[in-house]
Write a protein that binds this ligand. Sequence first.
Ligand code: AMP
Ligand code: ZN
Length: 476
Amino acid sequence: MILYNSASRKKEEFITAEPGRCKMYTCGPTVYHYAHIGNLRSYLMEDVLERYLNYTGCTVERVMNITDVGHLASDADTGEDKMLLGAKRENKSVMDIARFYTDAFFADAEKLNIKKPDTVVPATSCIADFIELIQTLLDKGYAYEAGGNIYFDTAKLDKYYVFNDFNEGDLAVGVRDGVGADANKRSQTDFVLWFTKSKFDDQELKWESPWGVGYPGWHIECSSIALKHLGPTLDIHCGGIDNAFPHHTNEIAQSEACTGNAWCRFWFHVHHLNTDAGKMSKSKGKTLTVSVLEEEGYDPIVYRFFCLQSHYRKAMLFSYENLNNARTAFDKLIARIAAVVRQKEEGGLDEQAFAKYKSLFCEALDNDLNTSLALTALYDVLKADISAHTKYALIEDFDRVLGLSLLDHAAASEEASGQKAAGASLSEEAILAAIAERAKAKKEKDYARADAIRNELAEKGVVLIDGPAGTTYQVK
Ligand code: AMP
Ligand code: ZN
């Protein structure tokens, strides 16, 4: 498989150190808020990568951290802890916030058919490991103590800016945030490994350490968790592109200073989901979450389909218009698949055709995980002059990677059209009354009732469409 490696800025053959086994590390969410659908784009494309590696016979050992302490409001060690901000906002304890949003993250991921990694590690569960790693960095001369905090000494590295797209200018974050630069740092690129004295002394979670009571910096958790669970080297490290600098750059500095070896050969970065207003962000305005999409009447898998239509290395623009186009295309795709399912017993398995279309599918994904071309291979199958049986087998096979639950959706659409045919048709008056009742339920925030009304209508073939001018309907 050819993959773009952001460390070399080239497409390269992806080879694992041990044939047939891939050690994959993923930066997990900072659990101070719901994940927005931009965050989930990153996890979704990483899921496709993992599924494709599995599909080609590779066993993936995947580890993900959960950031529940230490991620400050700016990436350059300044500002309040994001977890603390979340706890204050909701008047809850930091650990309550962490538990709630960790569960919410995995519930949303599941709705998008994103597989949970085998090993998920909350940062707060391994503070002793972080302390040990920081001590090693101090012992090896890669860290220093200043003003009560421990810093990584970037001057000790031969090369700090591993991802060449970034430079010193990106670190002027302190200035941007209106927070003064940290006078304890020997160099602006140095970063905190352990805080005992931050500008914000109301940090709720603190631990004993050889350097005083305090808490870890953000970057140390990923180095420590990856080294502990996956060993001294990684095959691939994943994350959103905003994590490349400073987070991944600092992870590399810490891990390689500790082991003395090259740490991770491949870096897989997913580009951003943007809106008209720019990059989607958890801390800016109303967050667009999976639940919001559901409230607007979208099946979360439509969002997965929408993401697969674009290449992971291109920024994606979110708008409801774009999502509606994806929904229309997905509904049509499912209708065509349902027709194949109806005839699936017809004809035998044409092995030659199966191999031909499978290789088209793999060719697309082997070329830097080109998911939109992989979808084209699926459309090629649907229009091919081959037996329905072969088509069915190919759809089932491709969906192991696409993760769109294609056959389940086809079965549900068949069931719905059966009920529609059997059900009594509703009068316009009855439909409008139901729409009014649903609007009232929504206003009263009774989303369960609103969803029930939508579903009852859908079962009778009446599909509601929410728009800026209110709700309209279509009889299907
Ligand atoms: P966070 O919870 O902020 O630590 O972010 C979780 C993951 O989402 C990280 O891999 C980020 O790089 C990624 N991410 C953040 N914003 C976006 C976005 N707008 N589009 C895609 N990925 C994002
Ligand atoms: Zn990380």
